[in-house]
Design a protein. Structure first.
Ligand code: ZN
Length: 318
């Protein structure tokens, strides 16, 4: 849900890995021997289709394209009404297949490791896995293609087009026809907040702080275009409905806000100085997470806890 960064040296490493799949390497792992192609020839093929939009286009540049460069290229292609998913155009079908073959040889582990994230970038709700077990086998997560790879095959291995995501978000995103944030350039966190909107008074079936009585809303901010993207994001990933299933976190925060008054936290800190290094540590324990917006992509539900704690003033107390 928060923006993610990848530095140039990581992009270089990933490109270096992709390059090893050519000049024989491609053929070795393929079920279909006809997939043998040299990098130089592949670059010629890329030039044939994309040279008119970018004079020095090649595979390396495509792999390292920024999300903004992808947007520009897509806009030009759309303006020219050029389609790459025309099944009757055999040359384009073959062009797309090469990219597909490259994609299935991609090392997801390498990309997720470079991003240093532990939670789905779309929902901030589910952990994603990325580790090598004892025999060196990788257990890793899915990468969603931000721009659909059938329509834009040449972005199949563009790093900023690959979003580590949980299976639920990957499936929900698959039929996307709405504009949303690409986490490499902007994010839901920058344009939407979870908001506690009071307690349902009329429902006395449940205790006052029962999660079923807590009203949880979303509020959007930014310019009109950004707000639309945030609304789209909510509808694509079902954010509001999914997070309404976690209102227990909000009701816990409401209770904590009352219980952990300044005086009480001061007392805990004074009494247990051997355990806590600062008052902040007392709050981190109370909130059950090391709340830090920079760490949002490493801890599930961090966005919800962060927004509500800010609204209730719990964060300010630290
Ligand atoms: Zn997700």
């Amino acid at each position: 849900m928060n923006k993610v960064k990848i530095d140039d040296s990581s992009k270089n490493e990933i490109y270096k890995y992709i390059k090893t799949k050519f000049n024989g390497g491609f053929k070795k792992n393929s079920k279909d021997d006809t997939w043998d192609i040299k990098l130089e020839d592949f670059n010629e093929l890329i030039k044939k289709y994309l040279f008119q939009y970018d004079g020095d286009i090649n595979l390396e540049k495509l792999v390292k394209y920024s999300s903004k460069e992808m947007d520009n290229l897509i806009n030009s292609i759309k303006k020219d009404k050029i389609e790459f998913n025309d099944k009757k155009d055999l040359e384009k079908v073959s062009f797309s297949k090469y990219f597909h073959e490259l994609y299935i040889r991609l090392d997801n582990f390498l990309i997720i490791e470079a991003l240093n994230i532990k939670v789905c970038l779309y929902c901030n709700r589910n952990y994603i896995v990325n580790f090598k077990n004892n025999n060196g086998k990788q257990v890793t997560a899915q990468l969603d293609h931000f721009h659909n790879k059938d329509e834009f095959p040449f972005f199949s291995v563009t790093i900023e087009n690959l979003i580590p995501s949980c299976p639920t978000c990957n499936i929900r995103k698959s039929n996307l026809n709405k504009e949303i944030f690409n986490p490499y350039s902007d994010c839901f966190h920058n344009h939407a907040n979870f908001k506690y909107n009071g307690i349902v008074d009329s429902d006395e079936k449940y205790d006052f702080f029962h999660e079923k009585r807590v009203k949880l809303e979303l509020e959007y901010f930014g310019d009109e275009h950004e707000k639309i993207k945030a609304e789209n994001y909510n509808s694509v990933f079902n954010i509001k409905s999914i997070y309404n299933e976690h209102r227990n976190i909000v009701s816990d925060l409401l209770k904590k806000e009352i219980i952990y008054s300044d005086e009480y936290v001061e007392k805990l800190y004074e009494n247990y100085k051997g355990i806590f290094k600062s008052k902040k540590e007392v709050f981190d324990m109370v909130l059950n997470t090391d709340i830090n917006e920079d760490e949002m992509n490493n801890s599930p539900m961090n966005k919800l806890i962060c927004d509500i704690s800010k609204q209730l003033g719990i964060l300010k107390k630290r």
